[in-house]
Design a protein around this ligand. Structure first.
Ligand SMILES: [Zn+2]
Length: 356
């Protein structure tokens, strides 16, 4: 093997790259042992290492197989390569949504065997791996997307604050709580990463009043301040950190389809109409959707589909008030305050998880 190739192989060894198992082996001339690239043993000094294409080649050089990584375990090698190949195929086409049976057919193993092996080798089931691949694709797309394309702007409003002035007249209600801008409230905020990107939580002493996705802490904080212009807004104090971390844990599990039912404290303010819509949304079961018209009918205002859409667009507590479960009657997704891609992934994840 050439020197440049050797350096490339050496970096795979340093990275314990299991996807290269079976492709080559490395021998440690000082200990007389040869290993798979992914072997857990301590990395040897570069100068003592030689590379081999087959176990036979290594053994001809006087080396014996490592007892830890068992480089001659041929069946394990093949399985490992097959699983990594499937993972590569999923990464290349995250949207193809292959069933376990389809993947099993491709691999030549039984669905049961593949499920177990995939999980053992990749750390997640094929289904979880596919969901994660879709989320990775989404994140990439979001990074390339124009920063603001949310439902409020699509609805023709110029800025976040004017939404509430207009909503006032159009809904025929007085959002007095919005007018006051959260006067007298103290809101603590903190942010964290989720499968759907950066998320900020704002909470009063009663519960969560703000849960939103955004591009940066600053943009999220601007939104929070805009919405609660008269409130005292402060970073989450250390005394609340444990609680915040437990919320983030629950939300992250939820976003991965592992915890359908979220039970976090809410403290939302809205018009009577908004509160009725939001309360109804909380009753739409995980994995299901309703049309704007269906929601309007269900709350006894069959002609208020447009107002329902506005109540969804002005929801400031994503996930806890699951406005993403409302879609157009035509089957189109409709708008989403935090972007269509996020809505699509949320609904896909829920559908997949509820069928599990
Ligand atoms: Zn080894």
């Amino acid at each position: 093997m050439s020197n440049a190739k050797d350096e490339e192989l050496w970096s795979a060894v340093q990275g314990r790259d299991a996807s290269r198992d079976g492709e080559f082996f490395y021998g440690v001339m000082t200990t007389g042992v040869y290993c798979r690239p992914s072997c857990n043993s301590r990395r040897p000094l570069r100068k003592n290492v030689r590379f081999f294409t087959t176990p036979e080649e290594a053994e001809r050089a006087g080396l014996r197989p490592c007892k830890r990584c068992r480089p001659t375990g041929a069946s394990a090698n093949v399985l490992n390569q097959v699983v990594h190949e499937l993972a590569r195929q999923i990464d290349a086409a995250p949207d193809s949504k292959l069933s376990l049976e389809q993947l099993a057919k491709r691999s030549g193993y039984s669905p049961f065997h593949l499920q177990r092996s995939f999980k053992a080798i990749m750390g997640s089931s094929p289904k979880e791996y596919q969901t994660a691949a879709r989320v990775r694709m989404l994140k990439k797309e979001l990074r390339n997307e124009a920063p603001v394309a949310d439902a409020i702007y699509q609805a023709g409003f110029g800025s976040g604050s004017r939404v509430y002035e207009k909503a006032d007249g159009q809904l025929g209600m007085t959002p007095s709580e919005y007018r006051s801008g959260g006067k007298g409230l103290t809101i603590s905020y903190a942010s964290g990463q989720t499968p759907l990107g950066l998320m900020m939580i704002g909470a009063t002493d009663r519960g969560i009043c703000f849960l939103q996705f955004g591009d940066s802490d600053q943009a999220l904080l601007d939104d929070l301040r805009l919405q609660f212009a008269a409130a005292t807004v402060q970073p989450m104090p250390d005394s609340s950190r444990t609680e915040f971390e437990s919320w983030m844990g629950a939300l992250n599990r939820h976003l991965r389809g592992l915890e359908p039912r979220l039970d976090l404290p809410l403290d939302v303010r809205g018009t009577a109409f908004q509160l009725i819509v939001w309360r109804y949304l909380q009753k739409v079961p995980y994995g299901e959707v309703r049309s704007y018209a269906e929601v309007a009918a269900a709350i006894g205002k069959p002609s208020a589909a447009r107002a329902v859409a506005k109540a969804c667009a002005t929801n400031s507590v994503a996930l806890l008030i699951p406005c993403h479960r409302v879609v157009r009657g035509t089957g189109e997704l409709g708008g989403y305050r935090w972007g269509m891609q996020r809505k699509r992934v949320l609904l896909d994840t829920e559908r997949a998880a509820s069928k599990r």
